[in-house]
Design a protein around this ligand. Structure first.
Ligand code: 7XF
Length: 422
């Protein structure tokens, strides 16, 4: 056995976040390859017919078809489960693939779910225009209001679903408080942790049953893939694998994508440190700018979510290892001149790209009402706390001064246009 193979059963669970993001879940390789091989194979040969039958029965562990499991994806799943503090995890073709596979597994006609009032546009569309067609009732509740949440629960309620910070307006939900109520009410709690990543927030340690992610974002981290990850108990993950993923959506992650995510995750901590530090600087500058009406960033002491953010975006075991402030890389803001001023500002940018998605090395900016949240009607956006003038920025990894200079030039363009019009 090679030296590297002897290391393979090393228990990484007590090691630091960055160490686990690089090493957890590694399984022995016959050549001692440092980077796990990418098993680009649809199927796996059985030694005997009996062995194949036993695998199909679930009596024998092993890979037999890559829509069910694949050795490369398996390493990523084990590594990611450790980062989230979960027993198991599951890879998907997209964040939406993970969310839909999970909800199709857990819900039946006649069930009700409680969702927070602010959700990413396609998650909202899946619930509002998808699940409702199959006899599932969705109740949107402001989950910052714990009493309203408790009141909304009835015997048909199956689960509670929320994002924190929420896309696009950065509202935070108190995971520990909501999950405690959910547990008492016998509900499954599902947290979309895309914005925070397990480096900033670990919902399972705070009482959540399942964590869902668009791995397209910070986990992949390079803007070059679409993927999803879900983590939770071994029992729930097995159900989601064999029902939702295998039979209902088939939204399977490619082994090549798993390889890319593992490469990205090796620098997750480094990248998040930089995203967070630059976002804090930019949020403070925006806050002080006369053209800016309001900034939504949980790191600002003036944010109504600041106290919760300080608790929740600071997992145990990580807090002692990191310095600086960590409130994520996403900022939302509104300008005094409303939607039109926002268009002028965004069109004047040159470094920051006008694009949806987030968590890339490149800074991205977009208009939720007409882009990521265009799946809501204007009326629904008003009800769900998504204002028309809101601008959302994903702060990238470029030199902070360059990002700031571009943003400042964009804000200056508003007064130039005004002066020209006068
Ligand atoms: O299926 P995807 O990998 O695109 O992930 C869906 C998804 C799930 N949860 C959250 C919190 C998300 O932000 C997303 C995707 N959001 C992108 C965005 O807001 O820019 C999608 C671009 S339309």
């Amino acid at each position: 056995m090679s030296a590297s193979n002897e290391n393979k059963n090393h228990d990484t669970s007590k090691l630091g976040f960055a160490t686990r993001a690089i090493h957890a879940g590694t399984t022995p390789d016959q050549y001692g390859a440092l980077v796990p091989p990418v098993y680009m194979t649809s199927t796996f040969a059985f030694d005997t017919v009996e062995q194949g039958a036993a695998m199909f029965e679930g009596e024998l562990a092993g890979h037999f078809y890559s829509r069910v499991s694949n050795p490369t994806v398996d390493i990523l799943e084990r590594r990611f489960a450790e980062l989230e503090g979960a027993e198991a995890a599951l890879g998907f073709a997209s964040g939406m693939g993970g969310i839909t596979s999970t909800l199709w597994t857990l819900l039946s006609s006649g069930d009700e779910i409680i969702a927070d009032k602010t959700l990413y546009g396609c998650t909202f569309a899946f619930m509002e225009h998808g699940l409702t067609r199959f006899g599932i009732k969705i109740k949107y509740v402001d989950l910052q209001d714990l009493e309203a949440f408790e009141t909304a629960i009835n015997p048909a309620t199956k689960l509670v679903y929320f994002e924190t910070p929420a896309n696009p307006n950065m509202r935070l939900v108190d995971i520990e408080a909501v999950c405690k109520i959910a547990r008492n009410g016998d509900l499954i709690s599902i947290v979309d942790n895309t914005y925070s990543t397990p480096y900033l927030t670990r919902p399972i340690e705070l009482g959540a049953d399942l964590v869902v992610h668009s791995a397209t974002k910070y986990l992949g981290g390079h803007g070059d893939l679409i993927a999803g990850l879900v983590a939770g108990s071994s029992e729930l993950m097995l159900r989601i694998r064999v029902e939702g993923l295998k039979d209902m959506t088939g939204a399977v992650m490619s082994p090549l994508t798993a390889h890319q995510i593992m490469r990205g995750m090796k620098t997750l901590e480094l990248r998040m440190d930089r995203h967070c530090a630059t976002a804090m600087t930019i949020a403070q500058s925006l806050k002080a700018h006369p053209a800016v009406k309001e900034v939504f960033y949980p790191g600002l002491a003036t944010s109504s979510d600041h106290a919760l953010a300080k608790r929740q975006m600071y997992p145990k075991g990580i807090s002692s290892q990191r310095s600086g402030q960590h409130f994520g890389g996403m900022i939302a803001f509104e300008l005094n001149g409303g939607t039109q001023a926002g268009r002028t500002m965004m069109n004047a940018l040159s470094l920051i790209k006008r694009a949806v998605s987030l968590g890339d090395p490149d800074s991205l900016i977009q208009h939720p009402a007409s882009m990521t949240h265009a799946t809501y009607t204007a009326e629904e956006r008003a009800q769900h706390g998504i204002t028309d003038g809101l601008i959302r920025m994903s702060v990238g990894l470029e030199t902070p001064a360059d990002i700031l200079a571009d943003l400042t030039a964009g804000l200056e363009a508003i007064s130039h246009v005004r002066k020209q019009a006068a």
